[in-house]
Design a protein around this ligand. Sequence first.
Ligand code: ATP
Ligand code: MG
Length: 368
Amino acid sequence: MTSRDEILHALEGVIDPELGRSVVELDMVRDVVLDGGRVGVTIALTVPGCPLRASFQEQVDRALLPLEGVEEIALSFDVMTPDEKAALTTKLRGGVAERTPGIAVDTKTRVLAVASGKGGVGKSSLTANLAAAFSRLGHRTGVLDADVYGYSIPHMLGIHQRPIAVDEMIVPPVRGDLKVMSIGFFLDENTPVMWRGPMLHRALEQFLSDVHWGELDTLVVDMPPGTGDVAISLGQLLPRAEAVVVTTPHAAAQQVAVRAAQMARKTNMRLLGVVENMSWLEREDGTREELFGSGGGEALSREVEAPLLGRIPFDPRLGSYSDRGEPIVDVEPEAPVSRALVALAEAIAATKREQGIGIVKPLPLVSA
Ligand SMILES: Nc1ncnc2c1ncn2[C@@H]1O[C@H](COP(=O)(O)OP(=O)(O)OP(=O)(O)O)[C@@H](O)[C@H]1O
Ligand SMILES: [Mg+2]
């Protein structure tokens, strides 16, 4: 007959999908009661009515049913006390090397800031799909929607649940293997963002440092478009981030994109490279039509002296899938646009990550 210790041991394999750690390790297992072939288990959750109950049920069944003599499992849930939550917060924070002020991610996590000189170039679409692509490549990936003007990532990734707050720590909702956090979760949808200057900076700082990402290999950040104070504030709060600047093929788009590249460097980000989006429409027969001009990506790359990391074709389906909350990279991985996005993720992964700040050459353009 299986003992209580054996049951606890088996429960070590049950992982809280959002916190990413074992329920045993996190002291979430309240109670184990053995009664003949019947095992009663109580798990204490951070919030009542947690949407992940089904996942716990399935995992607990999978862990315990194979044990000798276990015939029936009664799983029930409880809510953590304030003391338990405080202990959990301490436990989760432990091990993350501080890199304050600013975002609380481990120094080993690669932070990619997806920036653009102006809106509408496909920054959010690329962020969402790039994150999905990194996840496909096996990276533990997070997405941070930091666009205070037009947060769109939760919609594009079909995230409907709100983040969970444990004490002062905010736990990002998950979508499959992706962790997703948006500043939009904390803004009133009907009021435009009115924060300015130091207030904005403090609010962003608070938001960034309170989010608990756990262990991540890559965090992709959708930056606010442009080079205004919000973008600069954010840049300062993402130390050691690496910037990817998105532009369109149109020659005129390049001037504004140069400013974004320059801003990235000013806020001590490493400028990783340039991505050209909507480069061409690929027809069924394999021919290409350049809808929005050509050469923008290459010209920008030359001007800011950073590599052109990828050119992403135009595909109307990308937008339709986004509206349904699905990255095209996941739904149609064989589509040329998806292949280009995964190739972009690979190209980024291949660039050697540099911890240090610098390698910054002065830019040909002076004013921002
Ligand atoms: N490669 C692509 N193929 C087809 N449509 C695209 C592509 N990239 C982006 N789009 C579409 O272009 C529009 C703008 O994209 P997106 O919202 O990602 O841009 P953005 O730069 O984040 O804009 P904003 O400044 O408003 O945040 C969306 O309708 C999106 O579906
Ligand atoms: Mg956007």
